[in-house]
Design a protein. Structure first.
Lengths: 297, 267
């Protein structure tokens, strides 16, 4: 994978094939009728069991990438693989991949189907083909887990945006995907709903789901992600752990992304003198609490 | 966004009754209203209105406004039935039928007795029937209505269409409202002609926005594993209410006996 600066190791040595969930090799894609290519030779490997962040400016190809991951779009050149095997774009295989790869779109209205909350959550399960009794049981479980029992029979247009995003997530998690993709999940969420969403994503990750979110929020990427992909102009330019990626100040400035606030603050404190990194290799505090711990009086 | 009529269907006190019971009750009573004597029809209207206002706690004002709409249509339709005219020279023929009237030019315009009686019976039947329909509209949420239709094995294509239409009425209304607010904020709708032009622009923009939303929605639908059917599962229906069934049957008995005695008396 030329031209990509890689920092850190995403997966330990071992059986490489089973440790990459999703692989995209030299993918090219242009929307029909558009002169500009959305994906320009993108190569990316999503490690299993990590919290990944897809970082990039508006229009860099993040959403297009996500729509390739569940087979909605097919690359014009290049290959997409799931657990080492190339995508087979036939109906049956696609139905299967869409259960394994769950995509939560930026606007929850774009994936609501039914009249009420419980009916909408059941939709994904109906597509999987479970018997009705099992569907009812699973819907009840999901409603309880996401605290939606009180809203079960509410029509979807009675919900606030935060509630809608929550219901959309619940609907996608109902089918228990192995890889959960989220397109700008915290966009237009207030701090409370954002915190709740991130806590839920952490819980899902702890339970075994690989989570990847596309965002342009650098502070979120620093605080939450284990592995960062930086995408620009339809290709991957930078990849690595958050501390490593955000240390590449020059590259990020050139990409007009910049660095997270905490990185700037820490850099300033180092320049002012009197501060030292607590350990070798730890060069950016990821949260305010961490910064507090690192600060010497 | 909330819409009063639709919200009532979800928040009234009778919402937990099984939809089948409510529909059966409304259907049976509707039949009686359509076929019965005027006195029975008046009772039906009072019964339904009483249920709605006292049991389901529908606000009187809302119910009144809702009734006002068909009543307005009724008035427009009944006027030709009651009012009649004929040349003044032939007044002697009509004098028995005329209730009150006046002369205008060479014509005699009057309210005919037969016409008035017919109008009254029509009005009573119409209002009674409308009250039955309002019972369904105001106490059965649309989602439940769809469930019943599915259980009755209505063609899947129709139920899916209804489902999608229901969802998108609100999306459409919300989008139109957004566009209208944007126009207002930017100084639109000033005066009638300008207002009409702005309305035209709203409609065009609505088409474009709706098309964009449909494209995105299709992506979302496929992402959730769309295989050709919009099959959904709703939670198990509520328990059949004994008291409601008993009250309904008792009411029907009363109406039927009354109907029978009235018909006997007429003969």
């Amino acid at each position: 994978m030329d031209g990509v600066a890689r920092f850190g190791v995403a997966v330990e040595d071992g059986d490489a094939v089973s440790q990459w969930l999703l692989e995209m090799e030299d993918v090219h894609f242009a929307y029909p009728g558009s002169a500009q290519t959305a994906l320009n030779g993108l190569s990316l490997r999503v490690p299993a069991g990590k919290k990944c962040v897809l970082l990039g400016r508006n229009g860099c190809g993040k959403s297009t990438l996500l729509l390739h991951a569940n087979g909605i779009y097919r690359p014009q050149r290049g290959v997409v693989k799931w657990r080492g095997r190339p995508f087979a774009y036939n109906l049956r295989w696609l139905a299967d991949i869409r259960r394994k790869v769950g995509l939560v779109l930026q606007d929850p209205e774009h994936q609501f189907v039914a009249a009420t909350v419980e009916e909408d959550i059941s939709y994904g399960l109906c597509n999987v083909g479970l018997p009705e009794a099992a569907i009812r049981r699973r819907v009840a479980e999901i409603l309880e887990r996401f605290g939606l029992l009180g809203l079960a029979k509410t029509p979807l247009h009675h919900l606030s945006l935060g509630q809608k995003k929550w219901v959309a997530l619940a609907g996608v998690m109902a089918v228990e995907p192995e890889l959960l993709l989220l397109d700008e999940p915290t966009a237009s969420l207030d701090p409370y709903h954002e915190k709740r969403l991130l806590q839920e994503l952490d819980r899902l990750h702890a339970a075994g789901t690989t989570v990847m979110m596309a965002t342009h929020d650098l502070d979120l990427a620093l605080a939450w992600g284990d592995w960062i992909f930086v995408v620009d102009g339809g290709r991957l330019v930078l990849e690595g752990t958050p501390e490593a990626v955000f240390s590449q100040r020059d590259v990020l400035d050139e990409l007009r992304l910049g660095v997270p606030l905490l990185a700037e603050v820490w850099q300033m404190l180092l320049e002012m003198g009197g501060q030292e990194p607590p350990a070798a290799g730890a060069n950016i505090p990821r949260t305010v609490e961490e910064l507090r711990r690192w600060l010497k009086v | 966004m909330r819409y009063p009529l639709e919200t009532l269907a979800y928040t009234n006190r009778l919402r937990d009754l099984p939809p089948e019971q409510k529909l059966l009750f409304a259907g049976g009573t509707l039949l009686m209203a359509l076929l019965g004597q005027p006195f029975v029809q008046v009772l039906v209207f009072l019964w339904m209105s009483g249920l709605l206002i006292l049991c389901a706690r529908i606000p009187l004002k809302t119910y009144g406004c809702l009734l006002g709409l068909p009543c307005a249509f009724l008035l427009m339709g009944l006027l030709p039935l009651t009012v009649s005219w004929m040349p003044a020279a032939r007044l002697a023929i009509a004098v028995e039928d005329a209730w009150a009237g006046f002369q205008w030019g060479g014509w005699w315009i009057y309210v005919s007795r037969a016409g008035a009686a017919q109008a009254l019976t029509t009005a009573v039947r119409a209002v009674a029937a409308v009250s039955c329909l309002y019972f369904v509209l105001l106490t059965v949420p649309f989602g439940q209505l769809l469930q019943v239709l599915r259980r009755l094995r209505m063609p899947v294509l129709l139920t899916e269409l209804l489902l999608v239409m229901f969802r998108f009425i609100f999306v459409l209304l919300a989008t139109a409202e957004q566009i209208r607010l944007a126009q207002l904020s930017r100084g639109g709708y000033r005066g009638f002609r300008q207002g009409m032009r702005d309305l035209g622009r709203l409609i065009v923009r609505l088409f474009v926005r709706t098309r964009e939303q449909m494209t995105q929605w299709t992506l979302g639908l496929f992402s959730r594993g769309f295989t050709g059917q919009l099959h959904v599962v709703s939670s198990a229906r509520g328990k059949t209410s004994r008291w409601f069934a008993a009250a309904a049957v008792a009411g029907w008995m009363v109406l039927l006996v009354l109907e029978w005695r009235l018909r006997m008396g007429m003969r």
